[in-house]
Design a protein around this ligand. Structure first.
Ligand code: PGA
Length: 332
């Protein structure tokens, strides 16, 4: 066995000049700070981390005192991060990222696939994404997954801040340096209620739908982004009657004959022919894809690489299976 006996020279080695790390606080304090930065609320931080509110305030104050800078400022009744707070937040994410990679490397050394995988997916992919996670988690039971859902706009913000390992989009941003892998088709179709007057029509010109009441997703939505792009490129217009932030509510509105909509086929996984009709509109489905995305220079943990491999090899198959009993069978 090799042993390391430090000699006198070793003890004479100079310590790093700056002892800043000694003032940086404990990991627990950084964890509290990160949670506060993300929620903007002491009570929410306390709730999420199972702490009393005064403990949160005390730990934030200790951190700020140690660093000798204000991390948080109060404007009116709201608390905001100062510029120093924002810097500490960005660095804390890098620190936790690196600790996560260490955890996953140590686990690999002992023959285990273990660690934490942080994912953020756009709302529309929530219909199939959990069904990909199921088989993955079954195969790797020691991997802990946290899973965030929001519309395209909020996912772009998380990506910019490097908050997660991977993001799922069908329209990744073009102004951020990223790596992206296409892993499942995401066709968009025009849906109407099953007994809509156009339901039996064999071939519909999109322009003939211009007076139909149309239900649109909210600004910031990737689906809306794709619909607006299509309208712009094809020179068509729609008669927007309702704007709704949820695919589920849009589906119910379509079923209640409030209007037609353009949706991803993945939202129709539970929809049957008795409720919905995918209209035979020329030029549809619009062909889009789901991409798994991460920041260009991000160092992926072993766990993240294992997940990426899984998505590339099996993602498509699991997603298609889900539509097999629905009105969207065969679309993916
Ligand atoms: P959305 O995104 O859920 O924000 O509409 C869907 C997409 O990116 O296609």
């Amino acid at each position: 066995m090799l042993c390391f006996f430090p000699d006198a020279n070793f003890f004479a080695m100079p310590l790093p000049k700056s002892r800043f790390h000694a003032r940086l606080g404990t990991f627990r304090q950084l964890e509290i700070f990160v949670k506060f930065a993300e929620t903007g609320s002491i009570s929410q931080t306390a709730n999420d981390l199972h702490l009393a509110q005064p403990s949160v305030s005390i730990q934030l104050k200790k951190l700020s005192d140690n660093l000798d800078v204000a991390l948080v400022e109060q404007v009116g009744r709201k608390l905001y991060l100062t510029d120093a707070g924002k810097e500490l937040y960005a660095s804390s994410l890098e620190i936790f990222d690196s600790v996560g990679r260490l955890e996953s490397r140590l686990a690999s050394l002992s023959g285990l696939q273990a660690g934490h995988l942080r994912l953020s997916v756009v709302t529309t992919s929530k219909y199939f994404f959990p069904h990909l996670l199921g088989p993955f988690c079954e195969r790797y039971p020691n991997i802990e997954v946290s899973f965030n859902i929001g519309n395209r706009g909020s996912m772009i913000n998380r990506l910019r801040e490097n908050m997660d390992d991977f993001y799922v989009f069908s329209h990744p941003p073009e102004d951020i340096e990223i790596e992206k892998f296409e892993f499942v088709n995401n066709p968009l179709v025009v849906v109407a209620s099953a007994d809509h007057p156009l339901a039996k029509r064999k071939s519909i010109q999109f322009s003939s739908l211009k007076n139909e009441p149309f239900i649109m997703r909210e600004p910031g939505s990737g689906t809306r982004f794709a619909v607006e792009k299509y309208l712009l490129e094809s020179g068509n217009t729609v008669n927007v009657k309702l704007t709704i932030e949820s695919n589920e509510a849009i589906k119910h509105s379509v079923m209640s004959k409030l209007g037609i909509a353009i949706l991803s086929v993945h939202t129709l996984a539970q929809a049957t022919k008795s409720n919905f009709k995918i209209l035979n509109v020329r030029g549809f489905p619009l062909k889009h894809h789901w991409y798994v995305v991460y920041l260009k220079n991000k160092q992926l943990s072993d766990v993240a690489q294992t997940f990426l491999q899984f998505l590339k090899e099996e993602g498509s198959e699991h997603a298609a299976e889900l539509l097999s009993n629905s009105v969207a069978k065969g679309y993916v």
